[in-house]
Ligand binder design. Structure first.
Ligand SMILES: NC(=O)c1ccc[n+]([C@@H]2O[C@H](COP(=O)([O-])OP(=O)(O)OC[C@H]3O[C@@H](n4cnc5c(N)ncnc54)[C@H](O)[C@@H]3O)[C@@H](O)[C@H]2O)c1
Length: 298
């Protein structure tokens, strides 16, 4: 890999920020595309902070961090991204039509041989790819939040995904220092399918007043050694994203994935999680959880 491999990351939210940071850390130049100016600004600020922390922890030198920062270029539209990109990751909102529109725009912008990887949490890769002129180069590349800490990338093969596309993604996963598993397309793959069910059940217990949010989370941490409870994890993931995943899994896999009404209410109230400063828990301006802030439903 040369230091100037150009990567396009579409979507500068929670995940796009972490994914851009991963490719910058691996020596790539990243064009980070998002129509929202506030998302672009926040992403650049977060990436700066991640590099500062990396220097403080001795993971990279101050010079390397400065170099990496200069290789980030936030832009507003796919049409402004590098046309000589060698790899693309789509990570905009979890919406089939939005993702299909982005894939079409990307195909018009980058070369025919460039792989378009989508970070969808649950949607059908085959269906996203059906909008493409060359569906064989579309593949799922499912990262986990927070990207700098989480080692796994779930690679998801759509019906038309070809072998060179699969190998290219496996290669990139290695270059950014992560490990992969391979999944044949199925709604929610392996991870989102399990995690959506767990989070939905935890939320249903909160809704029914079975226990407090804090105690539900503590039960999973201390009884089963989960590093984080399912409600804390939902706050980190974002309940808006969680809801979209559950709605899709409900449609495709059936009744057991029907979203808990409390999740729907929380999203309507803007309690989408850490990114909004409040979800099941509330957070201060520094992002620290406010003790005793767990949502009360009884
Ligand atoms: N949050 C998680 O834990 C997680 C984990 C794995 C995968 N994902 C998936 O990653 C994707 C992004 O999730 P997120 O949590 O970063 O969401 P987010 O809400 O933090 O960010 C989404 C971003 O997409 C942008 N966007 C909307 N339309 C766009 C367009 N046409 N072009 C470019 N950008 C556009 C929005 O402005 C926003 O900044 C979703 O598909 C989600 O399912 C999320």
């Amino acid at each position: 890999m040369t230091a100037t491999a150009n990567i396009v990351v579409v979507g500068a939210g929670l995940m796009g920020t972490g994914i851009a940071h991963a490719f910058l850390t691996a020596g790539c130049a990243v064009d980070l595309v998002d129509p929202s100016e506030s998302a672009r600004t926040k992403a650049a600020r977060t990436i700066d902070r991640l590099f500062d922390e990396g220097v403080q922890r001795g993971k990279l030198t101050a010079e390397a961090a400065t170099g990496a920062r200069t290789r980030l270029r936030p832009v507003a539209a796919v049409e402004e991204a590098a046309s000589d990109a060698c790899f693309v990751v789509e990570t905009a909102v979890e919406d089939l039509v939005v993702k299909q529109t982005i894939v079409r725009a990307l195909e018009a912008r980058v070369g025919d041989d460039v792989v378009i990887a989508t970070n969808t949490s649950a949607l059908s890769i085959t269906e996203i790819a059906s909008a493409a002129r060359r569906p064989q180069r579309v593949i799922g590349m499912h990262f986990f939040n927070p990207v700098p800490k989480m080692k796994l990338v779930e690679i998801v093969r759509g019906l038309e995904t070809d072998e060179p596309t699969l190998r290219a993604v496996q290669d990139w996963v290695g270059r950014i220092g992560k490990s992969s598993i391979l999944v044949n397309e199925a709604p929610g793959f392996t991870t989102s399918r399990i995690s959506a069910l767990l989070g939905n059940e935890a939320m249903t217990m909160l809704h029914e007043g079975v226990a407090s949010a804090e105690d539900i989370d503590t039960s999973l941490r201390l009884a089963f050694n989960h590093p984080m409870g399912p409600l804390e994890l939902g706050d980190l993931t974002g309940w808006d994203t969680r809801l979209k995943v559950l709605q899709y899994l409900h449609t495709t896999l059936g009744e057991k994935f029907r979203p808990c009404p409390l999740i729907i209410k929380m999203v309507k109230a803007g309690r989408t999680g850490r990114k909004a400063g409040k979800g099941v828990y509330e957070y201060d301006a520094e992002g620290n959880r406010i003790p005793g802030s767990g949502l009360r439903t009884r």
